[in-house]
Design a protein around this ligand. Sequence first.
Ligand code: UN1
Length: 495
Amino acid sequence: MMKVKQLSNYINGEWIKYNGELANVINPATGEVITEVPLSTSDTVSEAVNAAKEAQKSWAQVPAPVRGELLYKVGQIMAERKEHLSELLTLENGKVLEEARGEVQEGIDMAFYMAGEGRRLFGQTTPAELQNKFAMSVRSPIGVVGLITPWNFPIAIASWKSFPAIISGNAVVWKPATETPIMAYELARIFEEAGLPKGVLNVVFGRGSDVGSAMVEHPDIKVISFTGSTETGRHIATECGRNLKKVSLEMGGKNAVIVMDDADIELAVEGILWSAFGTSGQRCTACSRVIVHEDVKEKLEKRLIEEMATLTIGNGLKSGIKVGPIINQAAMNKIANYIEIGKEEGAKLAVGGKVLTGENYQAGFYFEPTLFTNARIDMRIAQEEIFGPVVSLIPVKSFEEAITTNNQVMYGLSSAIFTKDVNKVFAAQRDLDTGIVYVNAGTTGAEIHLPFGGTKGTGNGHRDSGVQALDVFTEWKAIYVDYSSKLQRAQIDID
Ligand code: UN1
């Protein structure tokens, strides 16, 4: 399926063969090597930035609706190639094929949505304080922007960042995760085919500590947009702060589903299963805590345990599989370690908790969907991001305690509540302190035309996707036109 033996960096419209160190790209479902990816150095980043800087000058002059035409073409090619892209996505990331299709669709939707922004990019006109004077605000491009994207949504998150950056008239230097470089290769090829001028999008493969750091330090990269761990995000923000560089961060989550005593339990079970074990729990938005009212605790637990037994685990390219592999061995070790921590802390391991091996699983990385019950909010398994198929059930006595428990973590990405009480619905959407709130649905499934992001340790006040993403990739400019033919002085009293 993947014919390219070694991926190349894409700089100034050329695929540049890399002669330095390479890393294997592994299919997590089988352990097989699919291709090789460059581990580039800061020199490659400099070349990419130089190309981007040059290209950006003329790209910014292209009328935004014309830039939009190009994004429509990108969306169209992605749609024509949806099945091919989805299969490659499953191959490198492991997520089951129907989820891969969903992710590619997010990218297609984002292309068409941001193409439309080419005809909007709205600013404001406002009254001016003085006669014969006109005032307005417009968005202007920033210049060269740096994108650092993760392996768990390699094409969707890339589209959330690169499409608004490009429609706004910026040029891009992009470091995709080395685990999932094929989506970056495919997307760059699509841009090339759609006719993007050379240098507007550059892809540099490599480690965060080399390529990522070089991007953060490069004086000509004016914005960094990063999705990944809180630890790395904090480091990036510190470095960017030192250089007064704008930085947008999307980091961890510890998302909860609240199940109230009046909830539709069957619906809640479905919502929990999908948001906790879909993508093997490897979403920033994945549900990893269930906060349940004590009156329905037993019923919910019983139904969850029954339904978890029906989850089929295996290679996501095979039909009927619901839970795919974990991305790599390091992630497996981290998950396995949290199982031990949960047991030591005194939570009850009700289902799962083991690495899956054997013929069916080849040399892939598989972990059983896992449920801890009788967890408490002060436990590490209820506080820290595990990024795997592990859920902890925390019983509470009231609605108020449910909300407090939800908010009592360092993260603030997504939360959900199952209830039929309209008063609780409105109180919850006000009081849950996350950037995304769901009512009677699980914690995953954000749509691309709404702002995506979170509070507290999840973000730093910016949002991906939605029109809000444009705020990351544009500067506001305030413009005053005085047509009075005399010097009018604002804020100076006239007698
Ligand atoms: C992520 O996990 O980083 O809302 C992105 C969702 C998806 C995107 C998740 N649309 O679950």
